[in-house]
Design a protein around this ligand. Structure first.
Ligand code: GLU
Length: 567
């Protein structure tokens, strides 16, 4: 087993496609929407680098995937700088406004209202981080002027855009989240947009032009910032001009992980997705998972039990490190993992799975253990990525949390505000409780896998807490099953939290459903896909890039076969 076989098995073709893996030599871009990928690919063709391409994609997505991301979004960007041979993570995740208290979500009866209620109110709006994250990416690694990078986004917003299946599906499923201003865009005159309709977003184009002229900082100070705080205030939310002005992203060292002879860079806490995939890989390593078929019940059983173990730890221990000491070293130590692994009993569902005690494996004061229930999961958010001809790698997962975020659109500016604060546990006293200036735990997992010290694979997915499961499965399909990238993404996926019903995609073999059900699992068979993975594989030896986009959304990977203009 090894990377030579993996590369040999890439069944790629030399064009742009969502049907098969795509090959490139001078760069690759992938996102969940064709037009956004094209914006990134054009930047690469014009001589930009991976940072430039990802900025152009994010801005274009604000226009063509505004229900999942945009100016009001937050996210994490993992960046490999080939010149310095170093990887950094930009934490552009939401921060709770200064006025936030742990009882943010309690009503007058001291109860937590249902998710739909608390997530569609302005109290759920967190300080949006992604535009500051893009500014930081641009300042540190970008090479092209923002004026150029934002051009495709302005065009996509200002000119008639043909509504795609993603818009139709999202509006149909989630229109109940929309406040009046947002309905004007997504349901003009009360009629939901459907595939093939045409939409123009003049207000959004105006906002993008302000950013073009004044830079990303216009979202945090100036006209756009004022419009955000006016809207939040009018709806009784907490974000103030001071919150926006004081918001900072950080450029962090990644959390490192390993699996066989691969190494990984993930976002570190307050991101919980990186921790989860790092721990899952360590738990799974000795199982030699590819001895079982890729569609076998044995594979899905082992994954389910491993997910239950890790998600119990994640919701118990992971929080913003500025607020809580965390036993990360213990949680990832070999001795602790060996102890946890024993909980996976072949072939029997372990009904007693719960969190472990990692403090035994790390110096420090155990903090009070207060288990947090995982946040509601969905299939929101979006993941996009680019690799350039110099070998720089950029991977970003960005989100307004739920589809349509809070459902509140900034009047006259055409973008949605997030409901990021529902990533906190709504119950005061939990490790991940809301608090002033605190990051909520995120599951976004834009990762880079290395082989022999060089980037080999990058990927990520939307889907709340299911993200870690989608990312893990595609990793295993490539690294262990040596599958073609596009096929690795297409294999039906599973997700399990600790005790909730196991989510299975409907296409899974009946044998898997039968076996798991007979073992005592409750099953929740999903007709919708779990996650939406975009990935790029890098053959360092031959200088070939392979890219693929999930079929869940109208995504696309585009590879450059010709050298960029002038170079
Ligand atoms: N806000 C979530 C997170 O940061 C992502 C939302 C989703 O993908 O459903 O983990």
């Amino acid at each position: 087993m090894g990377i030579k076989e993996i590369i040999r098995n890439q069944n790629a073709r030399d064009d742009r496609s969502r049907e098969h893996t795509v090959r490139g030599k001078y760069g690759m871009a992938a996102s969940a929407v064709e037009e956004a990928t094209e914006a990134g690919a054009q930047v690469l063709r014009d001589g930009g680098n991976a940072a430039d391409a990802v900025i152009a994609i994010q801005l274009a997505l604000a226009a063509v995937e505004g229900m999942n991301t945009g100016i009001g979004a937050s996210g994490f960007i993992t960046y490999y700088d080939a010149g310095r041979d170093e990887t950094k993570v930009i934490n552009a995740h939401t921060v709770a406004p200064e006025a936030t208290e742990p009882d943010l979500f309690l009503n007058q009866e001291n109860e937590v209202p249902p998710f739909i209620k608390r997530s569609t109110r302005a109290e759920a709006v967190g300080i949006p981080g992604i535009m500051k994250g893009m500014e930081t990416l641009h300042d540190k690694w970008g090479t092209m002027p923002l004026e150029r990078l934002i051009d495709p986004a302005i065009r996509l917003a200002e000119e008639p855009y043909r509504v795609d299946s993603l818009w139709e599906k999202t509006i149909k499923m989630m229109h109940y989240r929309l406040h009046d201003e947002a309905k004007k865009v997504f349901m003009p005159k009360g009629v939901p947009l459907v595939e093939g309709d045409s939409v123009t977003q003049k207000d959004l184009a105006k906002t993008l032009k302000i950013i073009q002229e004044h830079g990303f900082s216009a979202v945090y100070e100036g006209e756009i910032a004022e419009a955000i705080t006016d809207t939040v205030r009018a709806n009784n939310g907490l974000v103030t001009s001071e919150d926006l002005r004081n918001y900072r992203v950080s450029i962090d060292e990644p959390l490192r992980g390993s699996y066989r002879d691969y190494e990984f860079a993930f976002p570190a806490p307050p991101n919980g997705g990186g921790f989860a995939v790092a721990q899952l890989l360590k738990i799974l390593e000795p199982f030699n998972i590819s001895q079982y078929g890729v569609n076998s019940w044995e594979k899905y059983f082992i994954l389910t039990e491993a997910l239950r173990l890790t998600l119990a730890d994640k919701s118990t221990y992971i929080a913003d490190p500025e607020f809580k000491e965390m036993p990360i070293e213990g949680l990832l130590s070999d001795a602790y993992i060996a102890e946890r692994r024993k909980q996976i009993r072949l072939w029997k569902r372990n009904k007693d799975i719960s969190y472990g005690d990692p403090w035994k494996y790390q110096d420090g004061e155990p903090n009070s253990l207060v288990h947090s229930e995982p946040a509601e999961e969905g299939n929101e958010t979006t993941h996009f990525t680019a690799v350039d001809r110099w070998g720089n790698v950029a991977a970003c997962t960005s989100s307004i949390e739920r589809m349509f975020g809070s459902g509140i659109m900034v009047p006259g500016y055409g973008f949605l505000l997030n409901n990021d604060l529902t990533d906190f546990n709504p119950h005061p006293g939990r490790v991940n409780e809301p608090d002033s200036g605190k990051h909520a735990v995120s599951s976004k997992t834009p990762l880079i896998a290395f082989h022999g010290g060089k980037p080999f694979l990058t990927l990520g997915s939307p889907g709340g807490s299911t993200i870690v499961s989608s990312v893990l499965q595609v990793l295993l399909h490539v690294l262990d099953y040596e599958m073609d990238l596009n096929e690795a993404i297409a294999v039906p996926r599973i997700f399990s939290s600790v005790n909730d019903p196991v989510q299975l995609e409907v296409e899974l073999d009946d044998e898997v459903k039968k076996k798991l059900s007979a073992m005592g699992y409750d099953l929740n068979v999903k007709t919708l896909r779990i996650g939406d993975v975009q990935a790029i594989l890098i053959d360092q030896e031959n200088g070939i890039l392979y890219g693929a986009a999930d079929r869940t959304r109208p995504g696309l990977a585009i590879g450059l076969l010709e050298p960029p203009a002038g170079g």
